[in-house]
Design a protein around this ligand. Structure first.
Ligand SMILES: [Ca+2]
Length: 528
């Protein structure tokens, strides 16, 4: 009798050890909004310091070729959730509704026994499905004293949005989940989305610094008519700002540049933005910005000097908001460390797309040109990823859903269009796709970036702009990484061009994209 009791104890001890070993990994999926890879210090561009984000790569992997399928906020999030291209999941632009009833990887993990939470920006209307807990910003959300929709109920929370998003995430991790189950946390920051309002403590960070303009800031867009037609110039003229005003395109004094009265004496709408602030927040803001704005007005800047000023105002505000994002990442990593969770938790840091930090003279995204196509991507999972790993394969946001399901041991539905990169990042295999496919639809609209699609291989990129234009562009990224020289129809590249056209056709076939779908999305957009 005694023996058999001992035996039962021994067996249950073995089982509990096994369960502990086989506990599926937790997943903390951190996504910020519009965070350029150029503004993550791990990538070595020297603009800013993001020690906490960098820590993920130092202790795990840094991806040098992470890309999106459609470089704009809401569609990117739909791709991330569904693992399907925009023209398959239906969310092709920021305007169409997203169908939450379709499968997503959070629903699959929840059914498999995970505790799931979505905190911060999702930018998809409707109650998020697949989550035990959700606290999301309505639409773009506000930087100061934002409204959150907590499990479907709207409430205003006083404070700074990035800090609140971190606090809500930590509160869920500490107090709101069942700690006997593995967890999935989507921790998604609004920052550094425009109009780049920083936390009080960072209002004067970088004041003593002048950032140099990128080499192609004054791009003339020769050979690139779609690039010439955009409305996303940092140094737009007063005429261009006025012309784009209704669309919210080029930089506005009272929004992007934060003037209550612009340099020409006109009152702006920024005063209205300050109405959301508490008296203390407003005082801190005015104390920091009034002297800077007055000095700019007194200097009567013109031409290149004015461009340099606008670029610096933009870049500094943008980078300031990233400091708070980095602080939050540090707090979450600390929580994992302090609770013995780091070893069995996958941590991913990425953005919903890249962003132009003055390259081609721009802010914003949308184009398939490198700086918005590419995102920061860093990942830590000590069990399988060696510290200091560098990954050069072509990864897309399409791949997150199947990758997370793979780690969790949950079957990957056959209709997902991404691939699990688990064995790539653990360096068990180097076999991977050699091309990616891209689509963009939101036109005519804010920033006036024309509809286009294209294919990128390791070295070349072929793009087609269509609808009210029919223009092909091709780039040799090895010789021309800034994409200034459109080599389409260059006889020296005739063979490459023919191969790239073949790859483009193959990609459309593989993913199920067609001219008929392009036309269908034009019609549904125009008739909305
Ligand atoms: Ca975005």
């Amino acid at each position: 009798m005694k023996k058999s009791i001992l035996f039962v104890f021994f067996i249950s001890f073995l089982i509990s050890c096994e369960q502990k070993n086989e506990q599926p990994p937790n997943i903390v999926f951190i996504m910020s909004d519009d965070h350029a890879f150029q503004a993550v210090s791990a990538y070595g561009h020297g603009l800013n310091n993001t020690p906490n984000i960098d820590r993920i790569a130092n202790e795990g992997a840094l991806f040098n070729k992470g890309f999106v399928t459609n470089s704009i906020c809401a569609p990117s999030r739909a791709v991330m959730l569904t693992g399907k291209h925009s023209f398959v999941n239906g969310k092709v632009d920021n305007i169409q509704d997203f169908n939450w009833d379709q499968p997503n990887f959070a629903k699959s993990l929840k059914s498999a026994g995970y505790q799931t939470a979505m905190v911060g920006k999702i930018h998809l209307r409707g109650l998020p499905q697949g989550f035990d807990y959700s606290a999301v910003l309505p639409g773009q959300g506000h930087y100061y004293n934002p409204d959150f929709i907590v499990n479907g109920v709207k409430e205003r929370i006083q404070g700074y949005v990035t800090t609140i998003t971190t606090q809500l995430s930590l509160d869920w991790l500490k107090n709101k989940r069942d700690k006997n189950k593995p967890f999935l946390l989507l921790y998604h920051q609004k920052a550094p989305h425009r109009n780049w309002q920083s936390e009080e403590k960072y209002l004067t960070l970088f004041d003593d610094k002048t950032f140099e303009l990128p080499a192609n800031f004054f791009d003339n867009y020769e050979g690139r008519p779609a690039a010439a037609a955009q409305e996303m110039l940092i140094a737009a003229t007063e005429e261009q700002i006025a012309a784009a005003h209704g669309n919210g395109g080029h930089g506005r004094w009272g929004h992007d540049f934060k003037f209550i009265v612009d340099p020409y004496g006109r009152e702006t709408r920024f005063k209205k933005e300050l109405e959301r602030f508490t008296p203390e927040q407003r005082e801190a803001w005015l104390k920091a910005y009034t002297p800077k704005n007055d000095a700019m007005k007194a200097a009567n800047l013109e031409g290149k000097e004015l461009a340099l000023w606008k670029f610096n105002r933009y870049l500094k505000d943008y980078l300031r908001t990233i400091q708070s994002v980095d602080d939050g990442v540090g707090e979450v990593l600390d929580y994992l460390d302090e609770n013995g969770l780091s070893e069995n938790t996958i941590v991913v840091y990425t953005s919903d797309q890249g962003f132009y930090l003055g390259e081609h003279g721009w802010f914003d995204k949308r184009f398939m040109y490198e700086e918005s196509l590419r995102t920061p991507l860093l990942m830590r999972y000590p069990k399988e990823i060696k510290a200091g790993t560098q990954i050069d394969q072509l990864i897309q946001n399409l791949d997150f859903a199947p990758t997370f399901l793979d780690y969790a041991g949950v079957p990957i539905p056959e209709d997902l269009q991404g691939e699990s990169f688990r064995k790539v990042v653990s360096q068990e295999t180097s076999e991977w796709r050699d091309a990616i496919y891209y689509t963009y639809y939101e036109y005519p609209s804010v920033h006036m970036v024309k509809r286009h699609n294209g294919v990128r291989t390791d070295r070349y990129k072929l793009m087609h702009f269509y609808y009210d234009i029919d223009v092909w562009e091709m780039y040799d990224l090895e010789k021309d990484p800034s994409e200034m020289n459109n080599i389409y129809n260059d006889p020296a590249y005739a063979d490459v061009q023919s191969t790239m056209h073949k790859r483009y056709d193959e990609m459309r076939e593989k993913y199920g994209d067609t001219d008929a779908l392009d036309q269908q999305f034009i019609e549904s957009y125009l008739n909305r």
